[in-house]
Design a protein around this ligand. Structure first.
Ligand SMILES: Nc1ncnc2c1ncn2[C@@H]1O[C@H](COP(=O)(O)OP(=O)(O)OP(=O)(O)O)[C@@H](O)[C@H]1O
Ligand SMILES: Nc1ccn([C@H]2C[C@H](O)[C@@H](COP(=O)(O)O)O2)c(=O)n1
Length: 249
């Protein structure tokens, strides 16, 4: 699908396991946009700078400048760094990420890095504050929703978890994330379009989003034509109405 990148960024919010990353990635691929998963920033910073129960805030501040200096290098580095982790390590990093995400200065640093990278157009940014804090001016703002059980099922499948104890861990982690994200998602729902993905496949959700984007793009490019067409129909109807009246008199 071909969308003019100018003035076009897409922000996708939602609770953990709602499908932000998988769907955001597919949407970006279809539009030839750049995909940014803000959750990976939290995970990367937690894994690198939260060691021995100490959060190295100074190092994180320095990292911000480094990343702003070479964004494309770090976007790749973050992805590779986390890809190499085992499921167990991913769960642990996720917990540390969740802890650092409660620190306002770290949230500001991550938002600032992403906003600097996204100074141009043609980005899909996902994360639980993407529509409200990271990209409040995005052209398209979406919140993906899914039932709690659906999200637990998706996450256990994603991490290849089968043991009962580990499923319980996924369950309690998701519940904790839901509580942490409650206010942000409530805010997001006020400004974004909500899509419930519980009964939809990834492809179906992507198709819905692309359709929505086409409508927005169509509206933008053709608004003047639509207004002229409505005016034309209006004037034509008036003419017919009055000529009938004149004839009957
Ligand atoms: N509509 C869907 N149907 C089936 N599976 C889905 C759907 N959406 C996502 N999934 C699967 O659910 C899992 C979790 O999705 P994903 O990682 O995209 O969620 P997320 O919202 O980004 O979560 P987090 O915020 O925790 O990173 C993935 O394995 C993904 O393939
Ligand atoms: N914009 C964001 C992105 C992520 N977080 C938190 C949520 C999780 O606790 C952690 C890791 O995110 P995930 O990879 O699971 O999406 O970081 C956040 O608070 N804001």
């Amino acid at each position: 699908m071909c969308i003019k990148k100018k003035g076009f960024n897409i922000a996708i919010d939602g609770l953990s396991g709602a499908g932000k990353s998988s769907i955001g990635y597919q949407v970006a691929k279809r539009l030839n946009f750049t995909f940014i998963d803000s959750g990976l920033f939290y995970r990367y910073i937690a894994d690198r700078f939260y060691l021995d129960d100490t959060i190295q805030l100074n190092e994180i501040r320095l990292f911000k400048n480094e990343m702003i200096g070479s964004p494309s290098y770090y976007l790749q580095e973050i992805e590779f760094h986390l890809q190499e982790k085992t499921s167990q390590e991913k769960l642990q990093i996720g917990q540390k990420a969740s802890e650092i995400s409660k620190i306002p200065e770290i949230r500001n640093i991550i938002n600032e890095i992403i906003q600097t990278i996204v100074k141009n157009d043609g980005y899909v940014v996902v994360g639980r504050d993407a529509t409200t804090k990271i990209l409040p001016n995005a052209k398209v703002k979406l919140v993906l929703e899914a039932d709690f059980e659906t999200r637990v099922y998706r996450r256990t499948k994603q991490l290849n978890i089968e043991e009962f104890g580990a499923i319980g861990k996924v369950f309690s982690d998701l519940l904790k994330h839901d509580v942490d994200a409650f206010d942000l998602i409530l805010e997001a729902k006020k400004v974004a379009t909500i899509i419930n993905t519980s009964d939809l496949s990834i492809e179906q959700v992507v198709a819905r989003i692309l359709l929505r984007i086409s409508w927005i793009e169509f509206g933008d490019n053709n608004m003047l034509h639509i207004i002229i067409f409505i005016l034309f129909v209006f004037v034509y109807t008036l003419r017919v109405h009055f000529s009938e009246k004149i004839e009957s008199n």
